[in-house]
Design a protein. Structure first.
Lengths: 764, 167
């Protein structure tokens, strides 16, 4: 699609170089650990060495003797303020600091406040905690055993380790299809517990002003406005009301969903600042980040597909066990405990489907974040694509052919899926065709057959996914009751330059550039003249933040709508300046002209100046607008990825020869940035496919708690990704865009199988 | 704890400080000299966000003591641009979209700068090997490789190719 605007205006479709880059490239970013305030103190955290046990005693005497250590905060101290517990985003509860029991290894046990980073660490080493260990529950299947100890004894009425049961679809109708189907295939798989491992860890700087009763928190959060509200709800009783709380989310060194939750460290730092009346900084180290912060995935799935003898899919049935650790601390919309897992019917038309998820508590860290993923969509895609491969193998068809024969045809959109979604648009065959052409699919299959005949191993993987992004329409989507709209406020200054503020928060996605391009597209102002700001709750309009690829579908749309309001006003001003009626005006990006007399024109900048200097009678001065955008539906981007690997039969080493990714995310705002997002998602899919997993021994000891053991792919393992795209606009988004950024689409077939063989005795 | 006088020259400017024996070089740079472009990502010498040049050699400053750097010439990201603007490598990162969140970027730039000083025309494999001690979670490395290639071409006086458009 050719851009509609000139290179000078740089609206949608231009690969504009990023406006944020010069500061990042010259060491002038402002990340959380770069902030310093006068009199600032440091928080460091004592953490549990055991997965489950009673706290017998905490002795802080030696710590308090250390030069520079000012205080040690324990659960008992917070209990005096009723701040020792906090709610999770999923209406569960979680300890800030324990008063009597630790529930997972690396859990926060006490906070040491000191005058320097080093003194705080010395204090942590000197705090003596006596534990009485108990036998932890680590295996989620064993957590369901009748004789398993009940872990959440703090919760009234909790009689076992079940958290919730979720299901979608018509079970009876689905079962009937399975009973009569020609072919049924079944596979058990585990999408392992992994970690976002953003290169910047989490942290905050809490600054309570005891004179004003005002709290400013600089923190690594993807959702600053929601955090402010949660803080007011949790700490209102100690005087922190919402107008006295300012949350500032500065430059963030990668989020990927891991910087949505509220971690105890933030709360301890805030409590310490309130108690001591001084600024308190807390910065995690990598071990704390990996061992205590929210994990992602950890879905044990038992999937079945029913088909006719030709491989036409008739029904899908999935039974899932979700290990949530000590608390359900997911970051998901409140009414969707299993996220958007019901997208699991994917790109294929079928008669019916039924999916269920049971969530359990174990003695592992809490979490379940939407890591590069729109709330469990990755789990759903993984499950479906693997079982579809199994079906292809069973009926003896090429995996690409079988997918094509089951695709929802492009004429069928808007398509109503068996599990209740209305897909907005799609052309799955086009993406498949492009991916096959780019990689030379038929030639590869021939080569593979020849190699296999010679005993060599070569694998070809195909995946045709459909996602669901842009949470979301407020009738269904909220977090703790707050509707999941998002917002934009655009102000055009008299000289025709603008500032635009949004309720989201970039963590590397390049919002300062792409949002400026959206405003440029709609107003015809050069994107270079539009300054974008996010992350300061005192200045930005309220929004739910950036995760799950929701920014373009929600805040991006809000930006377009706000800009259109301004354009409507500019048209009134242009008519006044040109002495014609509005109906007599033509609009080209940046210019109003008189119909039939194109030389009679005014620019958007002329209109902006007139908005402050020469208004038509009765028109309100100024040129600004705000929009809170509540999307009518979600968006459903899709694509086909094909991968070729060579495997050394002797060593088992897998080398990725080529990986082609064809994505369709609707209309594209900045092709360069979209491609970059896809590169990153692919690499974060490669990680768990081959290297990454957060593992525990039977005592609940974390076995992958540093970058020595948690293997993030380096440039050597990562292949040179090849990308392509098709464009199927969203019919309901103001810009026809769908969103991008959640693309970790990789299988991990062999290892999962081995794991499941050991599981099968406990899973019916 | 013993205190030591340490003198380092950072980006051409000499600094002397009295420091604890245990002070890490990265904390000297960030906390004492207020050069916060150098980042901390892992504490175990794996991620490379803290990479600086010590006498021209890429060094992970989170596992080097400040006293070990006494007398050294240290280069950080703040010293890459000069009055003429950003270095060829910084420009390459911008042109080829070699950064997203920007957190690993200073380390990548320092490693890349040292690579290009030692090898003016590195192959893709040589670039990937050189930056394999610097982790990036956002970019998938493809565009970082291109950024180094861009800089090599520009420094060689060749006509640097523009950003390759998405196909």
């Amino acid at each position: 699609m050719a851009p509609r605007t000139s290179a000078k205006i740089c609206g949608m479709g231009h690969s504009m170089k990023r406006k944020e880059d010069p500061r990042f490239l010259q060491g002038k970013g402002n990340y959380i650990d770069d902030f310093t305030l006068p009199g600032m103190l440091w928080l460091d955290i004592v953490r549990s060495p055991i997965a489950y046990g009673k706290i017998v005693n905490i002795d802080t005497t030696k710590a308090l003797e250390i030069d520079g250590v000012l205080a040690v905060l324990t659960g008992k101290d917070l209990e005096a303020y009723n701040l020792h517990w906090m709610p999770t985003l999923m209406s569960d509860t979680q300890m800030v600091l324990p008063t009597d029991t630790v529930m997972y290894q690396a859990q926060e046990v006490a906070g040491v406040i000191a005058t320097s980073r080093y003194a705080a660490a010395d204090g942590v080493a000197a705090v003596e905690v006596e534990y009485e260990p108990m036998t932890p529950v680590i295996d989620p299947f064993q957590a369901l055993d009748d004789d398993a100890p009940v872990l959440r004894t703090d919760k009234e009425g909790q009689e076992d380790n079940r958290i919730w049961h979720w299901e979608a679809g018509d079970k009876e109708a689905t079962d009937r299809i399975f009973d009569e189907a020609d072919v049924v295939v079944r596979e058990k798989m585990h999408v392992p517990r992994i970690h976002v491992a953003s290169i910047e860890t989490c942290g905050c700087l809490a600054d309570f002003n005891p004179v004003e009763g005002h709290l400013t928190v600089y923190m690594t959060t993807q959702a600053p406005h929601a955090i402010r509200t949660v803080l007011a709800l949790v700490a209102g009783h100690v005087g922190l009301s919402e107008e006295k709380i300012r949350v500032v989310s500065p430059d963030i060194g990668g989020g990927f969903g891991g910087k949505v939750p509220v971690y105890p460290g933030y709360v301890i730092a805030i409590a310490a600042s309130v108690v001591l009346g001084k600024p308190v900084k807390w910065i995690e180290d990598r071990m704390e980040n990996l061992q205590a912060d929210s994990f992602a995935r950890d879905y044990h799935m038992d999937a079945e597909v029913a088909a006719d003898s030709s491989g036409k899919i008739r029904a899908l049935r999935i039974k899932t066990l979700a290990d949530h650790g000590y608390a359900d601390a997911q970051a998901a919309p409140s009414k969707f405990p299993a996220g958007l897992f019901s997208i699991c019917t994917g790109s294929y038309d079928m008669e019916n489907a039924y999916a269920e998820v049971d969530a359990v508590y174990t003695n592992k860290p809490p979490g379940g974040v939407a890591y590069r993923c729109s709330f469990r969509v990755t789990e759903a895609v993984h499950c479906l694509e693997r079982i579809v491969d199994t079906l292809a193998h069973k009926v003896g068809k090429d995996p690409a052919t079988l997918r094509e024969e089951n695709f929802i045809p492009k004429e069928a959109f808007p398509y109503h899926s068996p599990l209740g979604w209305e897909y907005d648009s799609g052309d799955y065959q086009a993406a498949m065709d492009k991916a096959k052409e780019m990689i030379g699919y038929d030639d590869l299959r021939r080569e593979q057959a020849e190699k296999r005949a010679r005993g060599e191993l070569m694998g070809i993987g195909v995946c045709s996914f459909t996602e669901v992004l842009g949470a979301g329409p407020s009738k269904d989507f909220d977090i703790l009751g707050i509707k999941m709209f998002d917002s934009a406020e655009v102000r055009v200054h008299p000289t025709g330059k603008a500032i635009a503020r949004f309720g989201t928060k970039s963590q590397g996605q390049g919002h300062e550039t792409t949002y400026a391009q959206i405003i440029a597209e709609e107003l015809g102002l050069p994107a270079a003249h539009v300054q974008v700001e996010e992350g300061d709750t005192d200045t930005a309009p309220y929004g739910l933040g950036t995760y799950a690829s929701r920014s373009t579908p929600t805040a991006g749309a809000a930006g377009a709508m706000a800009a259109r309001k301004i354009r409507d006003k500019a048209a009134k001003i242009a008519a006044h300046l040109l002495e014609v009626s509005e109906e007599d005006l033509d609009w080209e990006p940046g210019t109003f002209s008189v119909k039939g007399a194109p030389d009679k024109s005014v620019s958007i900048q002329d209109c902006a100046f007139a908005a402050y200097t020469n208004l038509p009678e009765g028109l309100e001065p100024g040129m600004e607008a705000t929009n809170y955008y509540d999307p009518p539906n979600l968006t459903f981007p899709f694509g086909t990825y094909i991968c070729v690997v060579d495997i050394d039969r002797g060593t088992g080493e897998v080398s990725v020869r080529r990986f082609v990714a064809v994505d369709d995310c609707g209309n594209i705002i900045n092709p360069m940035i979209v491609q970059g997002q896809i590169h990153g998602g692919l690499t974060q899919g490669l990680g768990p496919a081959l290297y990454e997993e957060m593992t525990y021994d039977e005592d609940g000891n974390n076995l992958a708690g540093s970058f020595m053991d948690y293997l993030v792919p380096t440039a050597v393992e990562t292949p040179a990704w090849e990308t392509g795209h098709t464009v199927t606009p969203s019919p309901h988004h103001p810009l026809g865009a769908k969103g991008v950024g959640s693309r970790p689409r990789w299988g991990r077939r062999r290892r999962s199988r081995m794991r499941w063989w050991t599981r099968s005795r406990t899973w019916g | 704890m013993a205190r030591h006088n340490v003198t380092v020259t950072v980006n051409g400017e000499a600094h002397s400080r009295e420091v604890d024996s245990r002070l890490l070089l990265v904390h000297l740079i960030r906390d004492e000299l207020a050069l916060t472009g150098t980042h901390i990502g892992c504490d175990t010498t794996h991620c490379g966000a803290c990479t600086v040049l010590v006498d021209g050699v890429p060094t992970k400053s989170c596992t080097v003591l400040a006293v070990q750097a006494d007398g050294a010439e240290i280069g950080t990201v703040e010293g890459l641009a000069d009055a003429n603007g950003m270095s060829a490598l910084q420009e390459g990162f911008m042109q080829e979209h070699g950064l997203q969140c920007g957190f690993c970027t200073p380390g990548m730039l320092m490693t890349g700068t040292a690579l290009l000083a030692a090898n003016a025309n590195p192959s893709e494999a040589e670039i990937r090997e050189a930056i394999s001690g610097n982790l990036c979670r956002c970019t998938g490395y493809v565009n970082i490789v291109k950024a180094v290639e861009y800089a090599a071409a520009k420094m060689a006086g060749a006509d640097a190719a523009g950003a390759e458009e998405d196909n």
